[in-house]
Design a protein around this ligand. Structure first.
Ligand code: MN
Length: 244
């Protein structure tokens, strides 16, 4: 199983979740929401062979943690993956829009300067605005739009721009989400939990829920589980190769 967008450090008992991922041989990309969380998260996943860490500054924290951009810049050379970053246009955060834009554009610039990164990107109610910035920063790396909730048109734009997509049980539980997944190129889809934020079966989604995600994707693609596992594994290998 593969969980390419999970906040391992934010579960109530992170060590237990990490141990479970190790025991179940799950590949995890653990994203961070602030640069100051990087060191602690590194310690948390230290020695876990299939867990990788992404350096992030979440758009919902962009205003509050803008001062951590200098730390982001300092840590970026040692980070092969970047996330969670992006823009959030929902009502609760659009008042902080300019701060979000400043932070996101600055991070894209830094990624480009470092030769590009594999980036896990938040685009809630801001798909168009995220895509405009990615287009303006083509050297920033490979963009994975996590839990994409844009329109069909925005999806087409994202596909044409070369974006990848990480999809999870929460998204796959809705008809609209499944419709979008059906239209995503199979060679650019990867699974994600977005735990502990995303809810699944009335609890926080966990990396081992990716088994259910695979089963739903198998139905959408009209193939068997083994084919889905194979495709996702091949996709992950290509991302890992880019990040190396
Ligand atoms: Mn997230």
């Amino acid at each position: 199983m593969i969980d390419f967008h999970c906040h391992l450090d934010l579960y109530p008992d992170p060590k237990r979740v990490v141990a479970e991922c190790v025991a179940r041989t799950i590949y995890v990309l653990s994203v961070t929401t602030t640069p100051s969380a990087w060191r602690g998260s590194s310690t948390l996943v230290d020695g876990a062979p299939r867990i990788r860490l992404a350096l992030g500054l979440h758009p919902q924290l962009a205003m509050e943690r803008k001062s951590e951009l200098s730390l982001f810049e300092k840590l970026l050379p040692e980070a092969k993956y970047v996330g969670e970053i992006g823009l959030d246009g929902s009502d609760a955060y659009k008042g902080q829009w300019q701060h979000q834009v400043d932070v996101f554009e600055r991070i894209l610039h830094l990624c480009a300067r470092e030769g590009g990164r594999v980036m896990s990107i938040h685009s809630r109610r801001a798909a168009r605005e995220v895509l405009v910035r990615l287009k303006a920063s083509p050297q920033s790396g490979v963009a994975i739009l996590h839990w994409f909730t844009g329109t069909r048109n925005e999806l087409e734009t994202a596909i044409a721009a070369g974006c990848w997509f990480s999809v999870g049980p929460a998204m796959l539980s809705s008809e609209r989400g499944r419709e979008l997944v059906l239209r995503m190129p199979r060679e650019r889809v990867i699974t994600e939990s977005d735990g502990p934020f995303a809810q699944y079966q009335r609890r926080s989604c966990v990396p081992w829920d990716m088994a259910d995600a695979e089963a739903i994707i198998a139905k959408i693609w009209d193939v068997d589980r083994t084919s889905v596992e194979h495709q996702l594994r091949e996709n992950m290998k290509r991302l890992v190769a880019v990040a190396a």
